[in-house]
Design a protein around this ligand. Structure first.
Ligand code: PMP
Length: 387
């Protein structure tokens, strides 16, 4: 039996997406591929809900998407306010400093967010060009509400950058309406395509800031000076070249974006919300505490603590024996105290139930005392409201 891959990315992918990956590779300057690329750029703007934005598709991972925003928008001594709700926020400050940014980081305690008033007080100082935050930090499963931060960006004339690697196409994002200047992600999570694509949509305000740079971009590969003409050419169905695109991955992206839009964004977000709530309820019923409280818990992954007496390596091994692969902890200070379950993308109700079933089997093997079947029952009850 094949194990279910339930880590927070890469995830289980749709068979149609995987089939597309295995097809004969097209020439990257062929009319057929240019049409696929153009359609993918257009569909990204729909999924990101940013009709006037500039989409970029590049070969690379989510880290490249973060790097792209940093390299193209930051100049030496620019003040950047980084809001951190976990590992990926801390890392963004480190990345931005490479481009000479003067970073000020406000870090929330694990499982918490930084209140908007604290962010506003800092922005009032008038030192900042950019505000970055992680929509869902994959190390803590904490979800930040992007809308008020977009408003603050507008109010103080600051560019806003949302790391949506663990949220785009799984959590609601209205980039344009909310005034977020950059929304970036990677292919392997809720977008539903194997790892290898860095995806980003920039607002016109962000593109203006890029055009107004006084110094050259300090990163050769990520420089929009090279890539913007390529994206523009593809949009106009013309061939262009800077670096060879990841042809098969882009073709797979085209399939996945079509599936996402045909499901409907609203329906998709509701489905993610219900799946998350079923899994969280199952965990709670089994007595497992979670890092974030319910009101700020992500819909794309969960981060439960191990119960007393259950050891990380043994538990993950037993989960695998029960057919489900989950991820260990990532936040250095809590690494061996919790694990992570990804529940995004195509995840079905059967797969969500299978996770709780495996969890019960693993906990039972490790002699944890609980009411057998209770987690599965609660999860099923929640999911029933979906059908
Ligand atoms: N940001 C967040 C929130 C992430 O979850 C990840 C990956 N787990 C990254 C950035 C980095 O993405 P990648 O591993 O694709 O480089």
């Amino acid at each position: 039996m094949k194990n279910l891959l339930m880590i927070p990315g890469p995830i289980e992918f749709n068979p149609e997406v995987l089939t597309e990956m295995g097809k004969q590779t097209l020439s990257h300057v062929s009319g057929e591929f240019i049409d696929i690329f153009a359609a993918s750029l257009e569909m990204m703007k729909q999924v990101w809900q940013c009709p006037d934005g500039q989409a970029f598709i590049m070969a690379g991972s989510g880290t490249l998407a973060m790097d792209m925003a940093g390299a193209n928008l930051v100049e030496t001594n620019d003040g950047i306010l980084v809001i951190s709700t976990g590992y990926f926020g801390e890392r963004y400050a480190e990345l931005l400093a490479r481009y000479g940014a003067d970073c000020h980081i406000i870090s929330a305690r694990p499982g918490e967010t930084v209140p908007a008033e604290i962010i506003e007080d800092e922005l009032k100082k008038g030192k900042y060009k950019m505000l970055t935050f992680t929509h869902v930090d994959t190390s803590t499963a904490v979800r930040v509400d992007p809308e008020p931060l977009g408003q603050l960006g507008r109010k103080y004339g600051v560019l806003t950058v949302l790391d949506g690697v663990c949220s785009v196409a799984g959590e609601e994002i209205k980039q344009q309406e909310w005034g977020i200047d950059i929304v970036l992600t990677a292919s392997q999570k809720a977008v539903g395509v194997p790892p290898g694509l860095a995806l980003l949509v920039a607002s016109q305000k962000a593109m203006d800031a890029f055009h107004k740079r006084k110094s050259p971009v300090m990163n050769y590969y990520a420089d929009w000076t090279h890539w913007l003409p390529v994206m523009k050419a593809y949009e106009e169905h013309r061939p262009a070249y800077f670096g060879t695109p990841a042809v098969n991955l882009v073709s797979a992206l085209n399939i996945s974006l079509k599936q996402i839009l045909s499901e409907g964004l609203e329906k998709r977000f509701i489905r993610h919300g219900l799946t998350a709530s079923a899994i969280r309820s199952g965990l709670k019923t089994l007595g497992l505490k979670q890092i974030p409280s319910d009101n700020i818990a992500a819909n794309t992954l969960s981060a439960p603590y191990y119960p007393e007496g259950v050891k990380a390596a043994e538990f993950i091994g037993e989960m695998k024996k029960a057919g489900v692969i989950v991820a260990g902890g990532l936040l250095p200070e809590l690494r061996n105290k919790y694990f992570r379950i990804g529940h995004m993308g195509k995840i079905t109700t059967e797969e969500a139930i299978a996770v709780i079933q495996a969890l019960e089997a693993a906990l039972d093997k490790l002699n944890y005392n609980f009411d057998k079947g209770s987690g599965v029952k609660v999860a099923k009850d929640v999911l029933e409201s979906l059908s």
